[in-house]
Design a protein around this ligand. Sequence first.
Ligand code: PLP
Length: 411
Amino acid sequence: MNTSEIPFVDLVTVHRELREDLRSVFDVALDTAGFVGGPMVQNFEREFAQFCESRFCVGMANGTDALRLALMAAGVSTGSTVVTVPMTFIATTEAISQTGAWPDFVDVDPRTYTMDPDKLRVFLEDDCTRDPSTGRPVSKRTGQPVTAVVPVHLYGQMADMDPILEVAAQYDLIVIEDACQAHGAEYFSRGENRWRRAGSMGRAAAFSFYPGKNLGACGEAGAITTNDELVARRCQMLRDHGQSRKYIHDVEGYNARLDALQAGFLRVKLRHLPRWNEQRRERARAYDRLFEDLRGTVVAPHVPPQARPVYHLYVVQVPDRDRLQRDLASAGIGTGIHYPVPLHLAKPYEALGYRRGAFPISEEATSHILSLPMFPGLSSEQQARVVMSVAEATTGLHRDEAPQLTHRGQP
Ligand SMILES: Cc1ncc(COP(=O)(O)O)c(C=O)c1O
């Protein structure tokens, strides 16, 4: 029996395989002293825009900066409210707050964990008043007009964008996609009768290239995609001290540029991303099949017909999550919780005054979700061991009592 550890994510093997190509990026940077801006950044931006089926890409220092500057470039500022979901990484709400706006929340769909468009509609109708002069919805909680919505494409699956865009259009709200976990994810737009890529549907979108992402840098990096030329130009200015030309500053900006070396590394890795995403999908299908025998105990990810996810994470729900996580750790299997605290109950947002019970779907999910090992190089043998260990821990079955789990549903 193989008892070697199964990591939650394996970032070593992939970089070992690409070592020569990554080293030559470093050589070019040394030979040309091209460390900031220049062709490495521009070429990556062109190729990533193409990959996202978006007109423009603006490289950024990280995903948080990308989201903050996308919001600012699209017009979000102090004295407004931006609506998002409690079930996301705190960077989503940090980016909102750091524009000067207030974050506010609507709950997620219980099966996909992404923004529930009906809850967004109900929020705008029932939890807002109308500004008498502009007609804009004003959040009763923050007292500030709602100007934007940030749907989060969580775990690599896009939010239900058609109805979100429809509600947003009705209330004249800016939509910025948080696509930090969704490089290459797709969504079938019923309105347009075609598949759309993450990063191409909102006014702009933010991506993170943190090393563990489907497309990860060898350090910190991020990007904005947009079809709006003005937003792209503002993002270029904001990331570079508000400069329109060297030392001519139109606004006060930031230093949020994409590092040239990281852009070079990302270009190398972007070539492999479609294959890696396909491998993640195969691994997800294998998990789905293996977990069929545990239906009733383990809730596998739900993929609605309009979604083609890229499985940044493979997240299940189980009754006793903390015990399962401990049991898997004892069996040498790495897992994660994304995320343990819904943001309306997180300390930095106490001022909003939300109590437990405000967003029951997010609260329930956050206490039962567990992210299992998921990466392109995960082997079918490793997956069978993960599922066997989950079966042992959740049903009390022993390895020899459930032999079919090691044979069924392998990719
Ligand atoms: C949903 C979400 N939003 C925003 C971010 C922020 O990205 P970064 O860590 O690159 O700043 C992340 C990254 O972890 C994320 O997962």
